[in-house]
Design a protein around this ligand. Structure first.
Ligand SMILES: C[S@@+](CC[C@H](N)C(=O)[O-])C[C@H]1O[C@@H](n2cnc3c(N)ncnc32)[C@H](O)[C@@H]1O
Length: 198
């Protein structure tokens, strides 16, 4: 099974990648780290079935905007359902590496549980600066540390090769590409990296 087939199969499941009760404190910690998002414009590539998109819809409120994107059409359909009550949220189909979205329009690009699955992370990162509004931020976040996530992926055909880099490695990579990395956390129950264009 390849990655696309893996996510297609998941998208057909009952509630793809729904948060478990034990995730809630981690989601709350993520919300705190992201700060006050009211009125913000958030681009969420790799939205999946939209478990976080639905939260983002609330966190940005009616005055904000969320653009959710996924490479798997089934996931986009699930995400659309999850946020159907929110006119300020849109879910679209496409690959993060080659999607055309508005330039200079996003206060936050949030890669939540996406980064290790990108086919070409370098190409994606090169596109982000043009998408961000002045002062905008890129956040790469997971609910596990890199070692824990890689251990989970090791047992899953389809995403076995999808390795999350250690926080320090990703920080170095982004810094070398001209980002100012303001925060890097790689702990067993959290991966969080926040960067701005330097
Ligand atoms: C582990 S899932 C996480 C989904 C969602 N963020 C969540 O937390 O439930 C990763 C998602 O990224 C999507 N994906 C993988 N590669 C992608 C790419 N290059 N561009 C956009 N989405 C991608 C997959 O289809 C899948 O829905």
């Amino acid at each position: 099974m390849d990655r696309a087939a893996f996510f297609n199969t998941l998208a057909c499941g009952e509630n793809p990648l729904a948060f478990k009760p034990e995730h809630e404190p981690r989601i709350e910690r993520l919300r705190r780290r992201l700060g006050d998002l009211r009125g913000k414009r958030v681009f969420e590539p790799g939205c999946g079935g939209g478990p976080l998109t639905a939260r983002l819809a609330e966190w940005v409120g009616d005055g904000g905007r969320v653009l959710a994107l996924d490479a798997c059409a089934g996931m986009v359909a699930r995400c659309e359902k999850a946020v159907s009550d929110h006119a300020h949220v849109q879910a679209i189909h496409g690959k993060a590496e080659d999607m055309e979205i508005e330039n200079g329009a996003w206060d936050l690009i949030l890669c939540f549980r996406l980064y290790p699955h990108l086919e070409d992370a370098g190409a994606f990162l090169r596109r982000c600066p043009a998408w961000l509004a002045p002062g905008g931020e890129l956040v790469i976040a997971n609910l596990e540390g890199s070692a824990e996530l890689n251990a989970i992926h090791a047992g899953l055909a389809g995403v076995r090769q999808d390795r999350m880099p250690a926080g320090e490695d990703l920080r170095r990579r982004l810094s070398a590409a001209g980002w100012h990395v303001a925060e890097t956390i790689d702990e067993p129950e959290e991966f969080f990296l926040r960067a701005r264009r330097g």
